[in-house]
Design a protein around this ligand. Structure first.
Ligand code: XMP
Length: 486
């Protein structure tokens, strides 16, 4: 047995010491950072892979704002693949593999398919690569009867304006405007349908100039996977669907089976971007990086809904965990970014996490109250709230068993309930509106923080950062005090 001499510190234990600063305007600083050595985010924030935080709607909003979402893994492979596809289709100039329907389907079926995938139109292909027609929400709305067939109302090929795959966005915009159209099928020389351009998608780059996008102009998205052997199948399906990052996610990432999984993934998918975690030590971060991880997720027990430290007695206060992990990967000959996961309550915590050596942060509860997080808000004691739950909480663990049995709905037994030893809690958080508003506040705080640190970017912040430990009186002084809050 040994006791480490240095204290374990977390965000509230320290402040950053202000420095002489060349920054005149908060707009002069650069908040971008590496998520992995190949993916850079304008906003260095991830939404957590928790089932009350990130599904497609959150991932879309995060990527549009220049950040990124990581889809949770507590659903079947098919469900998670569908979530990736929704994000990938949400934007992008040409939608590949647009949703298709058979001409013999009813309008009711077409409407339901559009609603399910949240799209305004379908191509009619009868299962071939040939375009037989096009049907839009408007066609259905104006039709007298939903029992009519798609073929009765669809636009026919001779009336459809189509374009070649090498069309430029400007040219597509001109054609859409000239013909007063909303959708342009993309057809190759051989007459095969290869994609669809929509007026809405063309407008989006102007609306979201900092969006996190892949080389095809589609929003980027991460997806979590576990470490059991069937998860290789999940990984393959997610990558095939276009997931940009795989996040190997287990509570104790410094476990030999996790290291083995990372090695296996690296060997099977040499070019995939792989994040692994969670760890909280120098050795943990280094071992996962040596196994082939491109970035390391750090945090054992700092999360707002975590009880791991209470249940197991293990954990490292988050600021020390970030510093130690960053030091661990610095010993390697290649850059391996650190993701600080959990415990972020304010923009000040974000700045401290980055200054301590993280390249990005992952946030759960702070985003769980957002409109884009799964689940509807409820009213409790006159307040609008949303539910958040730890992924190792009782409810989440039971739900997971159902997924393992590949059921869509949980059908838990008393035995299931009795066997769970939770390491997380279920709670409510205030409803917080749209995530872009929270991101705006977080990024505003980060910009201001960079200016206090005399840093033009996150790298300079890290190079110059000087932390000072504070006392409980210092913590009290840091918060509003001796006034009555309005
Ligand atoms: P915040 O503080 O942002 O933290 O809500 C989110 C992170 O917490 C982790 N997490 C858990 N940790 N038991 C734990 O010990 C749990 O049930 C649990 N659920 C989530 C996870 O790393 C997440 O990103």
């Amino acid at each position: 047995m040994k006791i480490r001499k240095e204290k374990g510190l977390t965000f509230d234990d320290v402040l950053l010491v202000p420095r002489r600063s060349p920054i005149v305007s908060r707009q002069d600083v650069d908040t971008s950072s590496w998520l992995t050595p190949e993916i850079r985010l304008q906003v260095p924030i991830l939404s957590a892979n928790m089932d009350t935080v990130t599904e497609a709607a959150m991932a879309i909003a995060m990527a549009r704002a220049g950040a990124m979402g990581v889809l949770h893994r507590f659903m079947t492979i098919e469900q998670q693949v569908r979530q990736v596809e929704r994000v990938k289709r949400a934007e992008g100039f040409i939608v590949e593999n647009p949703y298709a329907i058979d001409q013999e389907a009813t309008l009711e079926e077409a409407r339901k398919l559009m609603e399910r995938h949240d799209v305004g139109g379908l191509v009619v292909t009868n299962g071939t690569t040939r375009l037989i027609g096009l049907i839009t929400q408007r066609d259905i709305m104006l039709a007298p009867d939903e029992h009519l067939r798609v073929r009765d109302v669809m636009t026919l090929p001779e009336q459809i304006v189509s374009v070649p795959p090498d069309i430029s966005p400007d040219e597509a915009r001109r054609i859409l405007y000239e013909h007063r159209l909303e959708k342009l099928p993309v057809v190759d020389r051989a007459g095969n349908l290869v994609g669809l351009i929509t007026a809405q998608d063309l407008m989006r780059p102007q609306r979201y100039p900092h969006a996190t996008k892949d080389s095809k102009g589609r929003l980027r998205v991460g997806a979590a996977i576990g470490v059991t052997p069937p998860e290789m199948e999940r990984a393959e399906a997610l990558l095939a669907a276009g997931a940009d990052v795989l996040v190997v996610d287990i509570a104790h990432g410094h476990a030999e089976h996790c290291i083995k999984m990372v090695k296996e993934l690296r060997r099977t998918f040499p070019t995939a971007q792989i994040v692994a975690g969670n760890v909280a030590t120098r050795e943990g971060a280094r071992d996962l990086a040596e196994a082939g991880a491109d970035a390391i997720k750090v945090g054992i027990g700092p999360g707002s809904i975590c009880t791991t430290r209470i249940v197991t007695g293990f954990g490292v206060p988050q600021l020390t965990a970030i510093m130690d992990s960053a030091a661990g990967v610095a010993e390697l000959g290649r850059p391996v970014p650190i993701i600080a996961d959990g415990g972020i309550k304010s923009s000040g915590d974000l700045v401290k996490a980055l200054a301590a050596g993280a390249s990005t942060v992952m946030i759960g509860s702070l985003f769980a109250g957002c409109e884009e997080a799964p689940g509807a808000p409820v009213i409790r004691d006159g307040q609008k709230v949303k539910v958040v739950r730890g992924m190792a909480s009782l409810g989440a663990a039971i739900g997971r068993k159902a997924v393992e049995r590949r059921e869509e709905e949980s059908a838990e037994s008393q035995e299931d309930w009795d066997k769970v030893v939770p390491e997380g809690v279920e709670a409510v958080v205030p409803y917080r509106g749209h995530v872009k508003e929270i991101l705006y506040q977080l990024v505003g705080g980060l910009r201001s923080g960079l200016s206090y640190g005399g840093a033009r970017n996150i790298q300079e912040l890290q190079e110059h950062a000087e932390f000072i430990e504070i006392t409980p009186a210092g913590v009290r002084e840091s918060h509003p005090h001796d006034v009555h809050r309005m």
